[in-house]
Design a protein around this ligand. Sequence first.
Ligand SMILES: Cc1cc2nc3c(=O)[nH]c(=O)nc-3n(C[C@H](O)[C@H](O)[C@H](O)COP(=O)(O)OP(=O)(O)OC[C@H]3O[C@@H](n4cnc5c(N)ncnc54)[C@H](O)[C@@H]3O)c2cc1C
Length: 413
Amino acid sequence: MVIIGGGHVGLSFALLLAHHGIDSVLVEQSVYPTISPDDDTARTQYLDSRNTALSRRTVQIYERIGLWQSLQSHACRIDSVHISELGSFGRAVLDKKAEGVESFGQVMENAWLGRQLLLAAKANAHITLHDDAKVVNITQDATSASVSVEQAGRAFVLSAPLVVACDGSQSPSRALLGIGTSTHDYNQVGIVGVVQTDKPHQHIGIEKFSEVGPLAVLPLTDGRGDGADDSTAGFRRSVVFICPKGEEARYLQDDEFFLATLQQVFGDDAGRFVQAGRRGAYPLTKILADRQVVGRCVVMGNAAHTLHPVAGQGFNLCLRDADTLAAMLAHEKRQAQAAGKTADLGDYQKLRAYEQARQKDQQRVIKFCDTVVGSFTSKNPVMKFARNVGLIAFDKIPGIKPMVAAYAMGLKS
Ligand SMILES: Cc1cc2nc3c(=O)[nH]c(=O)nc-3n(C[C@H](O)[C@H](O)[C@H](O)COP(=O)(O)OP(=O)(O)OC[C@H]3O[C@@H](n4cnc5c(N)ncnc54)[C@H](O)[C@@H]3O)c2cc1C
């Protein structure tokens, strides 16, 4: 099997396949850093400045393939989530004890997640990695699909019964396969990074809705990975701040302005914002592939669906797709082996069955994100009142919170 794109989804998919004993060749256009397992400072230079809220289901998937052990030293639990609207009276609290759950997920720096995925993939005999290698063409016939690769001045072709493209939002593979998209530009930019407050986070996530969009402050580990991270002493927090497109420069460049804005938005909820770290800016566009299977090729990850980061659902949804496809392929392989045959892992009907099996979860998450973005950014005073009543109702009506909590944890699909 060939995987195009070795971001978090491509690497995770390769590791899920490997767990089932399925070999893959992964082609990544960027140059992977050389990382020693003993040197964890390398993580700060690798990948991006984002942090990802991993749902309970994502943690369960990584636990199953034996990866969570190496990830958890830099994972920070979310024990409760406080949701409110800027300048309004409504407030809702999701608490792990009240909902009877272990946590609402774990927050991790992308740099650490990427580092551990890469180390695991490099050490796995089922995975062959080609980095600094760009896929420039895809062809397919009745028995196999072939990708043309350009790597450091040389060109070669890889053929396999199945090609899975995890090459991101702008997915060149999607275009090569003739898959159209529906897109929606939010005209917003997500500014993400790490800040420090003078009040410990106590494993509380704070989500504040404003007319611009949802703003979140999530607990982070102290970054040492020495076990102290699990205490409530942590003062580091991950910030997702959303601003209209074109206004991002000042938030990125001016630390004092950024900290003062956060203070204004969050008031005393997180204490005093005392220090801001490196920040990255991500233009927000929803991109949905019209189809996810063409012949022997599948698009997955952001190539299949790129969502607004409002509820921290994007990567979690991608991982559930990857887990499902890996399990279906493993099942095919086992069945064929039992019958003394070789499985055709790129069988179109089976791949379509995968696509259909994932529809419900994908549609539900897309709708959830659309609803949250739409209702909380409306300037209509009636909507504003309804939002507040909604938050109060959310806090008081029995049965609603467990449902939303299960959903946010990725346990409902
Ligand atoms: C601000 C922000 C915050 C977010 N927070 C969360 C969160 O808290 N929780 C959550 O679940 N999700 C979150 N997400 C979503 C999450 O980041 C994405 O869903 C996830 O990163 C998608 O990973 P991917 O591997 O599909 O794509 P990418 O990370 O884009 O990887 C694609 C890879 O393909 C490679 N590639 C591209 N073209 C080629 C080619 N021709 N040949 C070879 N390789 C190629 C690229 O170099 C890249 O490495 C957030 C997103 C944003 C923007």
